[in-house]
Design a protein around this ligand. Structure first.
Ligand code: KIV
Ligand code: NA
Length: 275
């Protein structure tokens, strides 16, 4: 299948729902791409679900580049988006340097960054430099300290109006899509109607142009907590534990390795060794 580009994803506005998954390495990207997702996002959620950190603040640019490049080797059709980590786009210069790294070193075909009005200059500069930008408003996890926790956003009329302005600002700045995270479905519907670029929801109801979920949440591989907006579509954590328990039991019983897993010398050779 022909690889999807940022303009292809933008053109899906109002049409088929856009299916987006996070992935962080070769196997997770390969499986997601083979399953037919439209966008593979190497999210900075990497920090929590792969590196075991308590929030997303400490994952580095080098780590994001390393994982984005690994994921790129598994993707054939989906658009590969690299997430810009905390403080990597605090200024326009930083945004250009680090967005450029995700594209040139990580082989991403677009980047994602968090924020609305305050990051308009960064979105404009990246887009002008040839880096397609996916924006992200609502519950932006890099602002967890300011929010005082992972809390839904845009619940009051004032907060909703501010969110709509943020979404319109990132569209005007040149973003090709925008993630809406943990906001009321009514606000997601207003934003989706107001914009000409697709909205990708996570905890924003079923009214957005697409959905995104974290790989480890979908597959039951992340145990620390399950946000309200997550549905586990499999229990691979449990299945993995059971498989490894069985492996250990068979090793201890000496039923693994079996005949089929064992190398043997040709007929008669073993006697020669002892001579
Ligand atoms: O880092 C991430 O996984 C994300 C998505 C949930 C949108 O930003
Ligand atoms: Na992220």
């Amino acid at each position: 299948a022909k690889p999807l580009t940022a303009p292809d994803i933008q053109a899906m506005k109002g049409g088929d729902k856009i299916c987006c998954m996070t992935a962080y390495d070769y196997p997770s990207a390969l499986i997601s791409d083979q399953a037919g997702v439209d966008v593979v996002l190497v999210g900075d959620s990497l920090a929590m679900v792969v590196l075991g950190m308590e929030d997303t603040l400490s994952v580095t640019m080098d780590q994001m580049v390393h994982h984005t490049l690994a994921a790129s080797r598994g993707v054939k059709r989906a658009l590969l988006v690299g997430d810009m980590p905390f403080m990597s786009y605090a200024t326009v210069d930083l945004a250009l340097k680090n967005g450029g790294r995700l594209m040139a070193e990580g082989r991403a075909k677009a980047v994602k960054l968090e924020g609305g009005l305050p990051v308009v200059p960064q979105i404009e500069a990246l887009t002008a430099a040839g880096v397609p930008v996916m924006a992200h408003v609502g519950l932006t996890p890099q602002h967890v300290a300011k929010f005082g926790g992972f809390k839904a956003q845009g619940k009051s009329a004032d907060a909703a109006r501010a969110l709509i302005e943020d979404a319109q600002a990132v569209e005007a700045a040149g973003a090709f899509a925008v993630v809406l995270e943990a906001i009321p479905v009514e606000v997601a519907a207003l934003i989706t109607d107001a914009l000409t670029i697709p909205t990708i929801g996570i905890g924003a109801g079923n009214v957005t142009d697409g959905q995104v979920l974290v790989y480890h949440d979908v597959l039951g591989l992340f145990d620390r907590f399950t946000p309200k907006f997550v549905r586990r579509f499999a229990e691979l954590g449990e299945a993995s534990r059971e498989a490894i328990e069985t492996y250990c039991a068979e090793v201890r019983r000496t039923t693994f390795p079996g005949d089929k897993n064992t190398f043997y010398m040709p007929e008669g050779e073993v006697a020669q060794v002892r001579k």
